[in-house]
Design a protein around this ligand. Structure first.
Ligand code: MN
Length: 270
């Protein structure tokens, strides 16, 4: 299975390079008829996340998320954790909703869903890239600048229905404000987080409660695997999966999340 996926990737990468070169040629030809490239028509806001103990902010380039990365959660989602290689999806960068510590941010209940779920997750933030090559597991953590606490909010009904129909689950996962996140804590101040309690409460009642050491694929393994498929760059962040007992919230509910060593993250569903 793994070798098949790898060889498929190699084939695709080869095709991509050829197609890319052809496209570049076409662009160069086209541009010569339209004069020089001008300034942007309008500016887009940069998406950044505050860094604890720093005046700098962390610019977000891409949001990667790993699916079914805790054994019991994989089973509750109807999968077999012993048979599944890691898989990833993305959220758009502007899905970020920054939530400052010691505040309760209003989080809008999204449209289209009747089953809106929380997933508490550790987020790893990269400030180094892969340089287009596969990163070995034992070097992967060198890419990590810091960690944050995040929520992978999910329109579960749409995610399931689209999956059942073999359609992309995009609108189940990758919608506006679907990625609440706390501030980033540099590794230089908190070191790498391997073993730490992670929990989530709704209205004070514990719903999720596990340990990061229960991840099937460690952060280092996730980075290594991701780098087979994508060239990683500074600014990429990775939501590293949620433990079991995901569940629904409704308007008025308050979600509190925790990872040992990081400040809690709280949102109210409005
Ligand atoms: Mn998730």
């Amino acid at each position: 299975m793994t070798s098949t996926r790898r060889s498929l990737l190699k084939t695709t990468a080869g095709l991509g390079a050829t197609a890319g070169a052809a496209l570049l040629g076409a662009c160069a030809t086209a541009q010569s008829g339209y004069g020089s490239v001008g300034s942007p028509l309008f500016s887009l806001p940069a998406v950044t996340v505050p860094i604890v103990g720093s005046n700098s902010t962390f610019p977000v380039r891409r949001i990667y998320c790993i699916g079914r990365n805790y054994r019991a959660h994989s089973i509750e989602m109807g999968s077999n954790p012993d048979r599944e290689p890691p898989f990833f999806f993305q959220k758009p960068t502007d899905a970020i909703q920054y939530v400052a510590p010691n505040t309760v941010a209003d989080h809008k209940y999204p449209t289209l869903t009747k089953n809106y779920h929380y997933e508490v997750e550790l987020v790893a933030a990269l400030n180094k890239g892969s340089g287009g090559k596969k990163i070995e597991i034992d070097q992967a953590l060198d890419l990590v600048y810091g960690y944050a606490l995040g929520l992978d909010m999910t329109r579960r009904d749409l995610q399931r229905a689209l999956g059942d129909e073999k359609k992309p689950w995009e609108i189940g996962k990758s919608f506006d404000q679907s990625a609440p996140i706390g501030p980033i804590h540099p590794v230089s101040s908190i070191r790498h987080i391997g073993k730490a309690g992670i929990w989530l409460k709704v209205n004070g009642n514990t719903k999720q409660n596990a340990n990061l050491s229960q991840m099937i694929w460690s952060v280092a393994e996730q980075i290594s695997k991701l780098s087979e498929a994508f060239e990683l760059f500074p600014g990429d962040i990775i939501y590293s999966g949620t433990p079991e007992n995901v569940g629904p919230v409704v308007r008025g509910d308050v979600i509190d999340c925790h990872i040992d060593g990081l400040p809690n993250l709280s949102v109210k569903i409005v």
